[in-house]
Design a protein around this ligand. Sequence first.
Ligand SMILES: *[C@@H]1O[C@H](CO)[C@@H](O)[C@H](O)[C@H]1NC(C)=O
Length: 291
Amino acid sequence: MPSFSSFLSTMAMPLLLLLASSLIATNAGNFYQDFDITWGDGRGKIINSQLLALSLDKTSGSGFQSKRDYLFGKIDMQLKLIPGNSAGTVTTYYLKSQGTTWDEIDFEFLGNLSGDPYIVHTNVFTQGKGNREQQFYLWFDPTKNFHTYSILWNPQRIIFSVDGIPIRVFKNSESMGVPFPNKQPMKIYSSLWNADDWATRGGLVKTDWTKAPFKAFYRNFNANACVWSSQASSCASKTPSSAADAWLSHDLDSTSQRKLRWVQKNYMIYNYCTDWKRFPQGVPAECKRSS
Ligand SMILES: *[C@@H]1O[C@H](CO)[C@@H](O)[C@H](O)[C@H]1NC(C)=O
C-alpha cells in the first residue's frame, strides 16, 4: 500500500503541477465556475463547462452574469448569434459596475431579417454617463460560426476587438477632464431580449414570434484579468512581467492600427464623434484627440 500511494503521488504531482500552471497561463474559463444564469426561468442554460446558451421567446428572454468582479482585464468570449430571422432581438455582452455612477463597456448585437446584416453596437459609460455609441457591420455572417468578441481594458485604454481585429479604441482622456473607468470593479453580463421597438431598422421591423425560441450560444470564455475581491486586486500581488500580463499595458502596434482604420473605413456605420447635429455645442472632448 505505501509503495502504491507513493507511486501515485510521484506520478500525479508533475501532472498536477502541469495542469495548474497551464490554467494560470491561459485562465481558460469554465461556465460553471465563472457564471450564474440570473434570469429567464430556465431559458438560459450552461450546457457544459465550455458552452452556454441563452434563449428568447414571447414570454421572456434570459441572461447570465459573472460570479466575480474584475478591475481591468482582457476578456474574450466566442458568440454564435441567432440565425435566420432575428429581427427585433438584441444580444448583449458587456462589463458593468454597480451604483448610480456606474461604468460600463458594451457590445450589443442587433438582429435583422434573414440575409440582412446584424449591427454591432458599442458604448462606453463612465460615472453613469454614456452617449458614446459607435456602430458597425461585420465582415462575416455572425450566425454561421462562433467568433471571438474581446474587451481589453487596461488603465490606458479600452480596445474592442472582433476575431483579434480592433474595431474601437477608447483612450484614457482623464488629462482632458474625461472620466475613465479605472476605479470601479465590473462584472461581465450577457442577455438576450426583445427590443423590436428600436433594434431593427430603428423599430420598423418587428420580431416574428413564429420563429421563437431564438437562441444565442457562448463558447470558450477566457479572462486574463485582475479579479477584485475584499477591496483588493489579484494583480496587486504580482509583478506584471510575464507575456500573459502584456494586456495590462497593451497598445495597438502599426499593423493593428491599420486593421482598425480598415474596419472604421469600411464597416463603421455610426460614430458619435462625427455626429455634429447631435452635439451642436461641439463633440465630446475625447473625440478631439488624434486617432
Ligand atoms: C438590417 O438590414 C437593413 C437593410 O439592409 C439595414 O439598413 C440595417 O442597418 C440592418 N441592421 C439593423 C439592426 O437594422
